[in-house]
Design a protein around this ligand. Structure first.
Ligand code: 0O2
Length: 221
């Protein structure tokens, strides 16, 4: 591809990316609705915070070249499924599956990929639940099915992943073995911590249910 062709391609890519922006907004609204409604019904919010990002045209072209995909809109549409990415951070591991379940059961969402790096962490210790979903975006003259990548993790998993990401790039992907070992150890500690926090959370919930029952039986009205 010569420079002119690359420039033309970059321009059509910028337009094509609008669909991803809309798809990402749609899914963000869905998450916000779940968050607010869950808080209202259960007086509890399973979502701590949400971050979303769109890949830049430059980074899409970079990934396509790295993976040896054709530099065409069709190829990018089919092969690069993380152009729109949303990260949902929850306090507890059980909330991750609860939030994922609530999204997956929505009729206009199609789950095309599900990777559970919590059940089976990556060899470096990385943990997260990854989903690739498709949502319809209604344009003036057609419906576009848009891929959105969701990463759902706990606060502790997120803390680890952001530090590991910084280290990975600081060492230009060639991280010394000692640091790799330390990161793996930290990931194991985090998995233990998440389990402990989950246990405390369940105990607190059980106490709340018992107290609610007591209150109800003490008040016949
Ligand atoms: P960025 O800049 O965060 O978007 P893919 O490379 O996406 O085609 P893969 O490798 O099967 O296919 O995807 P996977 O395993 O679902 O991982 C995709 C994303 O998860 C990565 O995107 C990271 O954001 C995150 N991730 C995966 N493994 C690790 C890890 O070991 N450490 C950290 N910190 N994050 C990880 P990108 O495109 O690599 O980067």
């Amino acid at each position: 591809m010569n420079l002119d062709q690359l420039e033309t391609f970059r321009n059509s890519l910028a337009r094509f990316m609008m669909y991803y922006k809309f798809g990402m907004q749609e899914v963000s609204t869905k998450i916000d609705i779940l968050k607010q409604e869950f808080q209202y019904v259960h007086s509890y919010n399973p979502i701590e915070h949400v971050k979303s990002r769109l890949k830049t045209p430059q980074s899409i072209i970079g990934k396509a070249k790295r993976k040896d995909y054709d530099l065409t809109i069709e190829s990018i549409r089919e092969n690069i499924r993380d152009i729109a990415g949303i990260r949902i951070v929850c306090a507890f591991t059980s909330d991750i599956y609860r939030v994922a379940g609530m999204l997956m059961q929505q009729k206009d969402i199609t789950v095309v990929d599900y990777k559970d790096y919590i059940e089976t962490p990556k060899p470096n210790g990385y943990q997260s639940l990854h989903l690739v979903i498709q949502v319809p975006v209604f344009m003036s003259d057609r419906v576009e099915q848009v891929y959105v990548e969701l990463q759902i993790r706990t606060i502790a998993m997120d803390f680890w992943a952001s530090l590991e990401h910084k280290i990975y790039y600081k060492y230009d992907k060639d991280v010394p073995q000692k640091l790799r070992d330390d990161l793996k150890e930290a990931a194991d500690t985090i998995a233990c911590l998440d389990k402990k926090m989950e246990k405390i959370h369940k105990e607190m919930q059980a106490i709340r249910v018992t107290n609610d029952r007591k209150d109800k039986s003490a008040d016949p009205e």
